[in-house]
Design a binder for this molecule. Structure first.
Ligand SMILES: [Zn+2]
Length: 224
């Protein structure tokens, strides 16, 4: 589920001779339904027209419509895991100035809450304050659903696990980092910590042949 930015390469890199093919940046969210019909949403995308992501992303996002198409009402969702408090992952946590998922606990790492600032603090964290489920480190946050603290992209970045599925947020931004986890990403808060987390977690996931569910790859699912 999610939205995408599309811009011609020739426009982004003027004079480069690159073709008009679009460069596409996807924003994926993931919905988990367990055998008892409990629903967990991992990340909430870019949000509505007035969201903190509206300065740079093609708002409104498509999550609400995609949930409806899947027969899921916002009130049905019991747990929302925010991998981190960046505007392209957390903005859809609110809608019209209220928590978008009225019955959900919002799972956030304490280190990201402590670091939150600007529009994400004012327009997201403050709004969902009464429904926060703050964790420090690794935890089971719903039956069979765990989070693992993976600092680097942000201080409180976390990935989510459900069975063999690993929803990795911005632990990995580009497929090249699967081959070489030491390739840095410009917008990692702490690039050294991000490389350590990426290297360690990818090695562990590869050892168990986990299925990655990535935040920004064109094709979100891949088995390691
Ligand atoms: Zn992101």
């Amino acid at each position: 589920m999610g939205a995408a930015i599309r811009r011609p390469l020739s426009e982004m890199f003027a004079g480069s001779g690159l073709p008009d093919d679009p460069w596409v940046l996807h924003f994926h969210c993931f919905l988990i339904r367990d055998a008892a019909d409990r629903l967990t949403l991992v990340d909430t995308g870019i949000g509505g027209t007035d969201s903190p992501a509206s300065t740079w992303a093609p708002v409104p996002g498509t999550l609400a419509g995609e949930l409806a198409a899947a027969g899921v009402a916002p009130a049905d969702i019991g747990t929302v895991i925010l991998t981190h408090l960046h505007s392209d992952h957390a903005s859809g946590a609110v809608a019209d100035g209220r928590p978008a998922f009225e019955n959900a606990r919002y799972v956030v790492q304490k280190a990201d809450l402590d670091a939150a600032k600007g529009p994400v603090l004012d327009d997201v964290v403050t709004v969902i304050k009464g429904q926060l489920h703050v964790v420090e480190g690794d935890a089971e946050v719903a039956p069979g659903v765990r989070v693992r603290h993976t600092p680097g992209h942000t201080p409180g970045h976390q990935i989510a696990r459900a069975g063999e599925l690993a929803m990795t947020g911005d632990l990995v931004l580009h497929p090249v980092q699967l081959d070489d986890p030491s390739v840095p990403y410009l917008y990692d808060d702490d690039q050294d910590a991000a490389v350590r987390s990426r290297t360690e977690v990818l090695a562990a996931l590869r050892a168990e042949r986990a299925i990655l569910a990535t935040g920004h790859f064109s094709e979100p699912f891949l088995r390691l």
